[in-house]
Design a protein around this ligand. Structure first.
Ligand code: GTP
Ligand code: SPV
Ligand code: MN
Length: 600
């Protein structure tokens, strides 16, 4: 045992239950492969966290921020070539290649295990191996699922403690339930040429090597709660989605819950924590935050979809977060927060582009004196990790084991042209096509070019653990007798005008669009029918107090037939890329709309 481990409280579980035996056997197997100097079972307690933080402060993994302005908050600088998800190195390893589909990178399981085990061989020598039992979702919810992540990164432990229900209660549930997702992680050498994020859905296991960053390393998040969970959800009849969940409370005190899928860095955190515009606030509108990234939902006894947020914290994009754009996020991160790859002021305050204060960054995210001509102070994908309980709009319903009933599902992308502010799908089948057809411009959340339009169905392109054709069929299967499915909408907060500026004010004003959706759910508003779906009757979407240009009104609420014809050609090609596996019902729906667009 090394010195660091001796400082930590011992938390070795007993060996009574058979699951614990299976867990202990797996840990022994993993230790034999990776050869750590010590093994620490995480209990998730305060003493353990304090000891880990102290050790990370001592070795420079964490830098203490200004204790007066940002109590108990830390800066972590990742390896400069390890700052985002790596989609080209992320694999879904099913026995049959078609099961993973054209949407995933694939390798046969045996070859994948051999390749990554060669990297894991002896990789934890000189390090401590941490065993993290965690629960995704409220600890007492039937919708929740557990996992165990093994890692040699104390930074991962500290983040998992914020992002999941980690430690003793999760271990107890694992013992009770008998199953858990196995996640093996090592930062390795942080060498991009020795890096893989591999998923084995049939084995309920994940192996991740060579990255310490967010979605690559916090295995409960994208790896478990989306890729593995989507695979499980398909066979068990539920949905694991890249969606925020929020509650909209109207002045009458009724709350409607909405789930929304936007691709990475396209506004989920912002919408989930929205502060109503002044007039709405005065009238009594309120937004409740349930989740900002992941949603698990399944039909309840009444036929409605019920959703939980499997996470316990936010791993949010820092740049652009300001008092103006997201006051609730800013309030959340005033204390007890880990910042990754942000800039820092001379007196130790975190800083990023778009923070909207008059502080000046002294040091950039790489730890060098800040020179805006060299690089931004904060990396564009810099993030904060904070407990959801710190969020002023955090809803007590987020802990409800049954989840919240969903009234509307919203899809949306970052589209500078063509796509109007909002439209409504005719029915569930059309809604699934709207989700399947989503396109968005790429962002800094993954390595690669930024601003390139790509198809990102349901915002799940990087996260669906199986063939998209089967995934769309699974979505369609929810439409059955007795189902009371939510209405489906599509939004675009990112439409630009001829001058290249956003035409819609966005942020708090997005509530205007949510209000219209709820009116639609309640049958209180009409639509203008077009081939792509129902557009708002302009007078029925409250724009009071907004200054919108003539151009903005025209394009935000307009329908460009020729533009959509070209878009539908592209969507058709995309669907055809999945061959015979693509559900006929979805292709028929595409054909119907294509026909209407042609004016037949
Ligand atoms: P992940 O955590 O990567 O899954 O992303 P997310 O969808 O939670 O992203 P987030 O909410 O952090 O979005 C970040 C980016 O979207 C920032 O650049 C914001 O400024 C921008 N953004 C969010 N909402 C709006 C909006 O209503 N209008 C405009 N124009 N930009 C927005
Ligand atoms: C995303 O990229 O969609 C994220 C951040 O939410 S990460 O956890 O790094 O995937
Ligand atoms: Mn995300």
């Amino acid at each position: 045992m090394n010195a660091r481990t001796k400082d930590l409280p011992a938390a070795t579980p007993g060996t009574s239950g058979s699951t614990l035996q299976a867990l202990n056997d797996w840990i022994a197997e993993v230790a034999a492969l990776t050869r750590p100097d010590a093994i620490h079972w995480c209990d998730g307690g305060d003493a353990e966290n304090a000891a880990l933080i102290a050790a990370m402060e001592a070795d420079g993994t964490l830098i203490r921020l200004n204790e007066d302005t940002n109590p108990r908050s830390w800066l972590h600088r990742s390896h400069p070539e390890d700052v985002a998800r790596v989609e080209h190195l992320t694999l879904v390893c099913t026995p049959d290649r078609d099961e993973a589909g054209p949407n995933n990178h694939w390798m046969p399981p045996a070859e994948a295990h051999a390749k990554i085990d060669a990297l894991f061989d002896g990789c934890m020598r000189g390090r401590t191996m941490y065993v993290i039992p965690y629960c995704m979702g409220p600890i007492d919810s039937p919708l929740s699922r557990c996992g165990v992540e093994v890692t040699d990164s104390p930074y991962v432990v500290a983040n998992m403690r914020i992002m999941t229900r980690m430690g003793a209660p999760a271990l107890a549930r694992i013992e009770r339930e008998g199953t858990f997702v196995k996640g093996l992680h090592s930062i390795g050498e942080l060498d991009p040429s020795r890096r893989w994020i591999m998923h084995f859905p049939h084995e309920l296991s994940i192996k991740s090597y060579g990255s310490g960053y967010g979605g690559n390393a916090l295995l409960g998040k994208k790896c478990h709660a989306l890729r593995i969970a989507s695979h499980q959800a398909r066979s068990e009849g539920w949905l694991a989605e890249h969606m925020l969940i929020l509650g909209v409370e109207n002045p009458q005190g009724e709350t409607h819950y909405i789930a929304a899928a936007f691709p990475s860095a396209c506004g989920k955190t912002n919408l989930a924590m929205l502060i109503p515009p002044e007039g709405y606030r005065e009238a009594g509108w309120k937004i409740w935050t349930i989740g900002d990234d992941i949603c698990w939902m399944r039909p309840g006894p009444d036929g409605r979809l019920y959703a939980i947020n499997p996470e316990a914290g936010f791993f949010g994009v820092a740049p652009g977060t300001s008092k103006k754009s997201n006051p609730n996020a800013l309030a959340s991160i005033q204390a007890d927060t880990i910042f990754t790859n942000v800039g820092v002021t001379a007196d130790g305050q975190p800083w990023w582009e778009g923070i909207g204060n008059d502080q000046v960054p002294a040091t950039d995210w790489r730890g060098e004196p800040h020179d805006p001509a060299v690089r931004p102070a904060a990396h564009p994908n810099s993030r904060f990790t904070v407990s959801a309980r710190r969020c002023p709009s955090w809803s007590p319903m987020a802990e409800d084991p049954q989840g919240v009933p969903i009234s509307a599902i919203v899809f949306g992308g970052r589209r500078a042209s063509l796509v109007p502010l909002v439209f409504e799908a005719r029915d569930w089948t059309h809604g699934v096509l709207v989700g399947a057809s989503m396109g968005s411009e790429t962002t800094a959340a993954a390595t690669g070019a930024v601003g390139v339009m790509r198809r990102d169905p349901m915002a799940m392109k990087p996260f669906c653990g199986y063939n998209f054709a089967d995934y769309f069929a699974h979505w369609l299967s929810f439409d059955k007798p007795g189902a009371k499915l939510p209405k489906v909408f599509h939004v675009n907060w990112f439409r630009k005008g001829a001058a290249g500026r956003f035409l819609w004010p966005g942020f708090g004003d997005n509530l205007r669009v949510l209000e219209w959706m709820i009116d639609r759910v309640k049958g209180k508003a009409g639509v203008v029918e077009t081939p792509i779906g129902g557009l708002p009757v302009q007078e029925e979407l409250d724009l009071e107090g907004l200054v919108l240009s003539e151009e903005a009104r025209r394009v935000l609420f307009g329908f460009d037939r020729e533009g959509w014809q070209a878009e539908f050609d592209g969507i058709g090609e995309f669907l055809d890329g999945y061959g015979e596996r693509m559900p006929a019902r979805l292709k028929a729906e595409w054909g119907r709309i294509q026909g209407e667009l042609q004016g037949s």
